[in-house]
Ligand binder design. Sequence first.
Ligand code: HEM
Length: 127
Amino acid sequence: MITSPSYYDQIGGAPVVRDVVEQFYERVLGDDDLKPYFTGIDMPRLKRHMVMLLCSVLGGPEPYEGRDLGEAHAGMGITSEHYDKVGEHLFAVLQAGGVGEDILRDVGLVLGKVKSSIVAEPTETAG
Ligand code: HEM
């Protein structure tokens, strides 16, 4: 049987994901629009959960044991614009790390799927 390596293996596994997450939050906290959301947040814990989430999304063996994303972001008033900025920071880091187009595309799909549970405002109002 021929199996292709998971995205997780292709990019270099947990050490690379940890690196990506480190750089990602450096960019996010360096962004004046986003920084206020993270005041008083336990960053080591958040990073740990983000690493678990990314690993499992990329097909790694680590299960995600953090909170449900809707629950974790409830009451923060995250705008669609700020959500997109966070997504752009993640993309920039993955791209700089040489992550391939196919992986970027799939990460983009996942970001699109979870957006409505993270953003506070309705994305669309049906007529
Ligand atoms: C782009 C998609 C996003 C993903 C995949 C994501 C992922 C996560 C994860 C895994 C956690 C930890 C959950 C837990 O506590 O178990 C978390 C928490 C958090 N996220 Fe996000 N997040 C996203 C977008 C955002 C955005 C747009 C903001 C703000 C602009 C944000 C701000 C926060 C904050 C402040 C926490 C800490 C909550 C707390 O500890 O009380 N996140 N996020």
